[in-house]
Design a binder for this molecule. Structure first.
Ligand code: PEP
Ligand code: MN
Length: 337
């Protein structure tokens, strides 16, 4: 339920209304919009006498939130959420450029790629240290050693770090090194993990599941917000369809759909979305044109020898060229890199 407070309601009034709502057993979350305080009261709302709440001092009105993802919805939070990570304010006119290898493979690899993507204009270095691989015989990542390397490589070039956390027990460890916790597509509905990252105050990059509807994806974000962490960045990374010419089908429809439904920033991963190096740049350009708040792109200086996802990794020169094109497209849209 959305509880709109009267304009100019004092902090004491807001605190009092929130406390009284909590006495119904509801959780209360707060947003400000155009000088007005909005409370979302979530939980068992059906048994509450809302006509009575309407009469409370300081309450202007109450309205049902007409979707199941309450805290994620624009109905609760009309303005875009802005998430500041390092030099980037994600969800503003500045586009978030995240780039780096699929997996951290070693010191030299990470430093080489970090230098290249920083020079091209990226502000956030990606790289997996814990890798969700289809085969148990494929490279599984360097673990904590990989996180240490990634952190040092990022720091050497003034970059922030995004890295995947695969298990709720890994959250404190990954949070020690990464600025953004990535929840991968295969874990989009790992509710224990969503709950655990929701209890941190680190931004979370929530990838869309391989076969998840937009509604399911937003409900996964709702798990994180309802656990107390409002810093969620959504990432469209392609879904599985009957098409076989590409690894996944990149659902760019999701961008304007999510932008209307939610205040959370949305970025696009054209690397996993296509799975094919020469398809990455066209889809990255299209994603920005469609209103995405940024990109996460796999880049490798020696992709033939990459331990994962070499076939979809851009060469550093290709990444630099892509960023130059994105700069031009951004200008048309009133955005910037
Ligand atoms: C990745 O970013 O390398 C990755 C495994 O992504 P996804 O979870 O989207 O497959
Ligand atoms: Mn990958």
């Amino acid at each position: 339920m959305l509880v709109l407070l009267e304009r100019g309601a004092t902090e004491a009034v807001v605190t009092d209304v929130a406390a009284r709502l909590r006495m119904f057993g509801l959780s209360v979350h707060r947003a400000e919009s155009d000088g007005q305080t909005r409370l979302a009261a979530v939980g068992e709302v059906a048994s509450v006498d809302w006509a009575g709440v309407d009469q409370w001092p300081g309450v202007e009105a109450t309205h049902p939130i007409p979707v199941s993802f309450k805290l994620v919805s624009r109905a609760f939070h009309p303005h875009d959420t802005v998430i500041t990570v390092g030099r980037c304010a994600i969800g503003t006119s500045q586009l978030a450029l995240m780039a780096g290898p699929c997996s951290v493979e070693g010191e030299e690899q990470a430093f080489t790629i970090a230098a290249a993507v920083a020079k091209a204009g990226a502000t956030i270095l990606r790289g997996g240290a814990y890798k969700p691989r289809t085969s148990p015989y494929s490279f599984q990542g360097l673990g904590e050693q990989g996180l240490k390397i990634l952190r040092r490589a990022a720091d050497a070039h003034g970059l922030a770090v995004v890295s995947e956390v695969m298990d709720s027990q890994q959250v404190p460890l990954v949070a020690r090194y990464a600025d953004i916790l990535q929840v991968g597509a295969r874990n989009m509905q790992n509710f224990a993990l969503l709950h655990e990252v929701g209890r941190t105050q680190k931004p979370v990059l929530l990838k869309r599941g391989l076969a998840a509807t937009i509604e399911e994806w937003l409900m996964s974000a709702e798990h994180i917000l309802s656990s107390g962490n409002a810093q969620v960045i959504l990432c469209e990374r392609g879904i599985r369809t009957f098409e076989t010419y590409t690894r996944n089908t990149l659902d760019l429809n999701a961008i304007p759909v999510v932008k209307e439904l939610s205040h959370l920033p949305v970025i696009v991963d054209p690397s996993h979305g296509t799975g094919i190096r020469n398809k990455v740049a066209p889809m990255a350009r299209a994603a920005i044109a469609a209103g995405a708040d940024g990109l996460i792109v796999e880049v490798h200086h020696d992709p033939d020898r990459a331990l994962s996802d070499g076939a979809q990794s851009l060469y550093p020169e290709q990444y630099a060229e892509l960023v130059a094109q994105i700069r031009t497209i951004a200008t048309v849209l009133g955005r910037r890199v």
